[in-house]
Structures are given as C-alpha cells and as structure tokens.
Design a protein around this ligand. Structure first.
Ligand code: HEC
Length: 93
C-alpha cells in the first residue's frame, strides 16, 4: 500500500513539473501566427530553434523595458520558457 501511495505521489509531481509547451505556446501564436507562421507584420517563430527561442525569451524577460515581449516573457517561469521553446523549436518552417 505504501508503495502505491509513493508511486502516485511521484507520478503527480512529475505531471506538475512538466509544463505543457504546446498549450503555453498557443498564447504566442495569437500574435506570431497559428503554429508560429505569421500572416502579418510580427515575425514568424516557426523555423527558429528551441535554443534561439529560449535565449530570446530570457533576454526579453531580463531587459529592464516594458515592451510587449518583455511583459510576455516576465509571466513565465524558466521551466515554462524551456517548454515553450522546445515546442516552437519542433515546428516545421
Ligand atoms: C501580444 C502580442 C505578442 C505575444 C502574445 C507574443 N509576442 Fe513575441 N513579439 C511580439 C512583437 C510585437 C515582437 C517584436 C517587438 C520587439 O522586438 O520588441 C515580438 C518579438 C518576438 C521575438 C523576437 C523576434 C524573433 O522572431 O525572433 C521572439 C523570439 C518572440 N517574440 C517570441 C514569443 C514567444 C515565444 C511568445 C509566447 C511566449 C510570444 N512571443 C508572444 C508580440 C507578441
């Protein structure tokens, strides 16, 4: 019985510790286009690597400015930014 409880605890913390990149990235697509393919003036994100997206988000987050992307980036934790970057980096150009 104790084993089952411990396994359940581990499974539920693993689920919490893994932010859903696809779900979180849907916020980005409102401005950067569906699946990161822009149809307007804002840049497409599809085709950029996970490392590029992550680095840019960190830069936006840390910069002492209040532009659209600075405000966007500040609401995410590091784990969330990695999950978002991982998902966007996997999208075809
Ligand atoms: C409210 C609209 C909006 C949302 C939502 C938004 N962005 Fe942006 N993003 C912009 C604008 C506008 C720029 C260009 C302005 C600038 O460079 O400061 C930009 C620039 C960027 C850039 C740099 C340009 C490039 O193509 O490399 C990246 C990377 C980026 N956004 C990623 C994201 C990610 C990831 C998300 C979701 C977490 C996101 N954005 C959500 C509007 C938005």
């Amino acid at each position: 019985m104790r084993k089952i409880i411990i396994l359940f605890f581990l499974a539920s913390t693993a689920a919490i510790a893994q932010p859903n990149g696809r779900l979180l990235a849907s916020q980005c697509f409102q401005c950067h286009g569906p699946n990161g393919k822009s149809t307007g003036e804002i840049d497409s994100l599809a085709g950029e690597s996970a490392a590029e997206i992550y680095d840019e988000l960190v830069e936006f987050k840390l910069k002492p400015e209040n532009g659209i992307m600075n405000l966007q980036a500040r609401i995410y934790t590091d784990a969330e930014m990695r999950a978002i970057a991982g998902y966007i980096g996997s999208l075809p150009q």
